[in-house]
Ligand binder design. Structure first.
Ligand SMILES: [Zn+2]
Length: 54
C-alpha cells in the first residue's frame, strides 16, 4: 500500500452505512440515508448505522 489519501478514505467511510438488520454494507448518500430514502437491497429496511472506527 504505497499511497493513502486520507480525504478520499474519509469520504468513502462517511458514505458507507451498515444495515442494522442484515449487517450488509451499503454505499449511499448520507443525506438520503437520513431522510430514509435508501433501503437495503437484501431486506428492504431503511435502518442503517455508520461503521465503527477502528
Ligand atoms: Zn439489510
Amino acid at each position: 500500500m504505497a499511497t493513502k489519501i486520507p480525504e478520499a478514505q474519509n469520504r468513502l467511510f462517511k458514505n458507507t452505512f451498515i444495515c442494522q438488520k442484515c449487517q450488509c454494507k451499503m454505499k449511499a448518500d448520507p443525506q438520503k440515508v437520513l431522510k430514509g430514502k435508501v433501503k437495503c437491497r437484501k431486506c428492504k429496511k431503511a435502518q442503517f448505522r455508520v461503521p465503527k472506527k477502528k
